[in-house]
Design a protein around this ligand. Sequence first.
Ligand SMILES: CC(C)(COP(=O)(O)OP(=O)(O)OC[C@H]1O[C@@H](n2cnc3c(N)ncnc32)[C@H](O)[C@@H]1OP(=O)(O)O)[C@@H](O)C(=O)NCCC(=O)NCCS
Length: 372
Amino acid sequence: MPGRDREFAATPQTVKRHWAILRNGHRSAAQPKARREGVRRSPFVVRQVGILGCGSHLPERLLTNVELERMVETSDDWIVARTGMKERHLAAAGEATSDLATAAGRRALANAGLAPEDVDLVVVATTTPDHYCSPSTAAIVQHKLGLTRAGAFDVNAACTSFVTALSAAHAMVAAGTVRNALVIGAEKLSTVVDYTDRETCVLFGDGAGAFVLGTDAAQGELLDHLLGADGSGAELIQVPAGGSASPARADTVTASRHFIQLRGRQVFRFAVAKMAEVVEELLVRHGASLDDLDLLIPHQANLRIIEAAAERLRLPMERVFVNVERTGNTSAASVPLALDEAMQTGRLKKGALVCLVAFGGGLTWGGSLLRW
Ligand SMILES: CC(C)(COP(=O)(O)OP(=O)(O)OC[C@H]1O[C@@H](n2cnc3c(N)ncnc32)[C@H](O)[C@@H]1OP(=O)(O)O)[C@@H](O)C(=O)NCCC(=O)NCCS
């Protein structure tokens, strides 16, 4: 197709023009007028992206180890020794994931000083959406928060969902296709936990955490993200029924196939190795070393996983943020909940190099590097 070849031939002039577009955005005769009238610039200009604000929400009800002792054959000593967990929060019966997400999102917007109409995009990272097919939880949150100008979609990469959503929203803000994005990790895991199964019911909790992203790096500049997956490990953490592979039927309910099942020991080994690998790779990509890392904020799945990964990295625990004793594993909510708490408690100092890292079902893993 000679016509096409001509169209895409990279002459010195076209190369120069494309670089100018990357730096300044598209310019046309109509654009100065459009800009005067408040029409947004054309997309696809790489911009710096920062966290303008964060917020989180934990439901009121506490489920303590002592209470779990009365529900299944377990003990406070076993749970603390094997997981580091003391208590976790559970949403009320009438509370959905979108309610938790909305509460965290509202706090993040207030912290950022933004009005609902300033938000162009809301992404909800979750494995426990309000509805399994439609609508997305993000669409429900869009309505509950009155984000009248925002597009909305959900992201599911199990416990890696938030880092995945952050990476996608970062790219969209950097490209200029949206100005401000609200990224929320929210879970009501208590709906997929079998409270008669001692191997899983002690591990999980409900909650939500949120970041507002924009082009002002006021609180923290996002530097990079790394994502990975290995679907050959799909069966290590799964809810077997309820999806297209095994639709909900009376027999799937009777067989308890709508609850989380996991092979804890195998996940443990994978998690320790991957967390260390992701942190090292992100640092190397930025010419930094572990000495430069001020704070690691890991997915809070188990204190022993976090400690083993820190040991592998030779990173002292003083530079690792942990709140698993009070939250349990909140999956997609875990990393933003932890970062918000780190901010509230003064653990994030201006200029600090911070690494977020997560792993989970899929199998999936990922990390983000940011300068606070
Ligand atoms: C689940 C986990 C806490 C178990 O800890 P562990 O040290 O690996 O324990 P083990 O699997 O070796 O089990 C030890 C024993 O405790 C028992 N046990 C399991 N849950 C128990 C509980 N709540 N209370 C008391 N005993 C329990 C097991 O039945 C097993 O008994 P056995 O030796 O007689 O067979 C740990 O492996 C883990 O955190 N894995 C990752 C969890 C995960 O996948 N999270 C979601 C993804 S992010």
